[in-house]
Design a protein around this ligand. Sequence first.
Ligand code: X2X
Length: 358
Amino acid sequence: MKKTLVRFLVASLVLTLLLVTAGCSSGGTQKPADQGSEPSAKAPEPQLKSEYKLTMNVATETMWGQGGVKFAELVKEYTGGKVNVKVYPNAMLVGGDQMRQAEMVQSGAIDFMLNSTINIAPTIPEFDAFGLPFLFPSYEAVDAAIESGAADALFAALEDYNMVGLGWGENGFREITNNKREIKSPDDLKGLKIRVTTPMYIDIMRALGANPIAMNWGEVFTSLQQGTIDGQENPVVGIIIPNKVYEVQKYMTNWHYSYDALALAVNKDVWNSFPDDIKQQIQRAADDAMKYQKEISRKGLTEGIEMLRTEKGMVVTDLTPEQLKPFQELVKPVYDKYAEKVGLNIVKAFEDAVATAK
Ligand code: X2X
């Protein structure tokens, strides 16, 4: 009897131990099941970074720069402080190498860019569409290209490079300045050392008889000052005035030879990491910031040119349609070459939009 009792007690102890152990382990595996029942009450907080980097090639004082600053402010406001975009001007995240910004956003090393289509084109050829020589005669024509949906093809191309386009801003029509002489005909450009950016601009300047020199924007002012280059080309209100280019340049010709659009874009993985409500808030910030940015880029052009003439002593030349013709004829082969690279369908859609605006 005694032995039986001892066996019974030992067996009960073992059973108790087993039950306790099982209880513990089942308690351990229960957690996910408990968690699984929680979300119906409250959605999990999105995983947001403490800072999202936005790169720009220019200073915050430029009209372009102001657009980046406005976007960051509005993102903060519309997301109730949840998303913090920090603006990095002057291509500082890429050591001044302006063409590298798009690939850095593509890889995710940088989150956002407010970037000129000129700087994007060496990475994504479709982006040369806006800058094709003498494509746009007016702001109305530019607006038509965006409103008609022709420019959507560029944002579609952006998606293939792991980026999402949020909106179009404006650097503006690029006008040419130099220190040697007034430019009224292609002959006046002969041999002038003109700083440019992309292969398309190099080809344009060569076709016009100038001597193009590729250089990052960060080096331009000093190079003009030291006379290493004779001239450059950039928008008046957006860049020439805020960067005080008039201090180192005597002549400017308004020839509207190339239009420079800005694309506000984000890395696709970053974009997909945002929940829908935050995506909508960021998109609204992009719409409002780019509307504002375009307004300030277009405002004050007449006054700005007047100021360059009177206060700054620049010789500002306006060309008649007749005077523009020889320039347009010389760059026609360059237009055709880059239209091929952009894609003829895209260029046709741009040209059709331009035709409706005239
Ligand atoms: O480099 C330029 O000329 C500038 C500032 O306009 C661009 O980034 C395209």
